[in-house]
Design a protein around this ligand. Sequence first.
Ligand code: CMP
Length: 139
Amino acid sequence: RNRQHQLEMQQLIETFPLFSEVDENSQEELLLLFRPKSASPGERVVRIGDRGDGMYFISAGAVEVQLESDPVRLDAGAFFGEMALLSGGRRTADVIAVDFCQFLVLERRDFHVFMSRHPALRMAVSNMARERAEMNVAR
Ligand code: CMP
């Protein structure tokens, strides 16, 4: 493995605390599965009511999750779009880019295959989804 690649991996792990849940081989695998995507300020990245196409990791920029009360801001290192994938249902909120953004997208099918092989990761993502859902009913 070359130096450039090592740096890329290291940066990924530093940006996304979630990745510490999986071993090095699986981190390599994730890197291959990720599809890069970008968005401009004001662009709607996820639309409420749509079927979930993927889970988004924010590598640069910031988004706002539009909830009934105050929007929630998510910055680089955070993820979104996990709820519709886990539930098999619809997107629960609009997500709008509030800056020039870069995302790493784990597409639906890859999400399910990868998560089924990494229970610790699935658990961490499910816990976050549950916290978010609870927060939304409480509001
Ligand atoms: P999903 O329902 O697929 O699409 C909208 C996303 O917004 C959702 O997944 C979560 O990732 C995110 N989201 C919903 N509620 C909250 C919240 N309270 N805080 C942060 N993110 C949220």
